[in-house]
Design a binder for this molecule. Sequence first.
Ligand code: GLA
Length: 726
Amino acid sequence: MIYVIEKNDEKYYFLNTNNTSIVLLKNKYDYLFILHWGSLISPTNLDYVLKELNRASYLADANGVKDFKLEQMPQIYPSYGYSDLREPAFSIRYQDGSRITDLRYDSYKIYKTKKKLKGLPTIISKESESIDLILIDKIKKIKITLTFSVFDAYDAITQSVKIENLSNETCYIEKVCSASIDLLFSDLDMFQLNGAWGRECHINKRHLVQGSQSISSARGASGHGQNPFIALATRGTNEEYGEIFALNFVYSGNFLGKVEVDMHKNTRVQLGINPFDFEWILDPSQSFQTPEVVMVYSNEGLGKMSRIFHKLYRNTLASRKYLNSTPPILLNSWEANYFDFTKESLLNLAEKSSEIGVELFVIDDGWFAKRNDTTSSIGDWVPNQVKLGGNLDTLINKIKKNKIKFGLWFEPEMVSPNSNLYRLHPEWVIQVKNRRIEESRDEYVLDLSNPAVCEYITEILSNFLSVYSIDYVKWDMNRNFTNLGSTYLSSERQKEQAHRYILGLYSILENLTKRFPNVIIEGCAGGGGRCDPGMLYYMQQIWISDDTDAIERLPIQYGTSLIYPSVSLGCHISAVPNHQTNRITNLDTRSTVAMWGNLGLELDLNNLRKDELEILKNKILFYKKIRSIVQLGDLYRLQGLDETNEYAWMYISEKQDEILVSYVQIMAQPNTVAKRLRIPYLDVNFNYLDVENNRVYKGDELYALGVSKGSCKYDGYSKQWLFRRI
Ligand code: GLA
């Protein structure tokens, strides 16, 4: 609920969810401040908060008022130039060369029906309430609307910003954050998700120090290196305890997340489009809409924070089918065959997949044009009839005779220099005239800031999805942007390209998902190179890493699960020795780890022994029994945050009546005894049946004593328990 309290010439805005609050204040000089972000406070008079800030020295006055110093005040959308010399939330350059904007409160509007942000993925729920707070610079006639939406039941708040040019002169947006929040304290740790290709989303933590600390991407996509997520947490925060202030950006391109601790130990945290290599020309009567940021406060550690994100994203991020239901178990041909397959080998693999219970067969790269390695053909989306032994339609029909769905790999945003598409349209590629275009994985990037390119991609994909019986698309994107430049955009607008690319991508996905609502799309960017809520708005799942090694997957899945729900995480059982690490891990543990998210397979079933196939078949059967617990239930991570050798996690079903507990020990140790795994979070008043051995435990027993982890006598040991509440 949103409450407004007026007191003399001040106004308080309480943005309250069921358990959290953000409190804003408009003061008598029409500045907008943030008094609180954190636990719930009911609407009340908070006029003492700013009054009790004693005056810091050596700071300039604001508004000509002696000792009124913006730099020591907690602001909600700070401009630069008038006494607050910390990092501004935005920056606009005007025709006269000046860069100062003096935002003052103008008005507000509260409404129930949140509108979709134009051209951008948006968190929408019928049970939300929104407020537009309008700020104006009277001299330059710039209007800034801060939109906050409050999702009571989810305990989440979103923010986005719109800048409008009401003057008759063009101006230039140099920076625009989607959210900027000041906290009056700084004894905090900053959690972030870092990595690289094959090592995405590892959790890192650092203590805030005076100065700036940041995460960012300037790669064209949110990137493997940093996820657009920051969580500030009180010292000692773990899965169960601690206060967390988390921000996640609903955007798939370049971003900057910055935390500044100032001279007076206040914290300013900001998230938005990366101002590096960005500028937006705003002509008179034009507006610029930022993507939104999701803000989550938890007073029960990382675990609660994750469950808030999961529930919110499952239910509100996308109306897409499967994000809130159970997706099919797939087998992807990539690590089974790479480029080396024939009609017979595909049919054989599809048949074998179906025999062991797989529900969707996906042909990965290599099915089109002359694509037998990475050196050619991206962009030439014509089935290779020689390789497929006839037309694609016939092959799909034959595959589907096994009562299995069918999926195909595409990399729509790229083009091979050696392709007909590039020969026909060299101007469609991201490039700077007279400069070499760098290749990466033998590819160039198509310039999606050009609407003609977007139309072309939409048409190609629409054709495929209308002509062929395709149930699933793996949407890949395998390189970063280099030599950024557009032959389509004017020279003045070149710095708009990276953002226009993402808007182009969203427009393609908007069209396709509207037209083909039943097709599942799995996002991939060399694994988790574009794993963000923006992509999840359009795609039901993300292939979170090309690293399929079960042990390597533990920290990757742990980190990714901080924000993204299990139902959106593609997790596959692959062959041993593993293709990325050469490690041999037993099938049991490979399966346990892949059951953390959406189970899939990525291996040649012909290379498995009969008994291994039987194990796999049983694992798939088991997963079918428990998948709704994993995909729609609540996740509790029990071990793994600080320890590197043991991981344990648990899912409790929506109705709280089924519980899956998984445990993995990475390295065996000599001379150890069986330890116990405590199972908290259950209702201690119930009894729970261990389905495997029919043993009944009381809830309080499981809480106090847990279950035996057993003897971990070999590397990569794992165990799973399924409990039913009785
Ligand atoms: C990328 C993906 C892989 C696979 C290959 C195909 O690397 O991440 O899963 O699809 O492309 O070329």
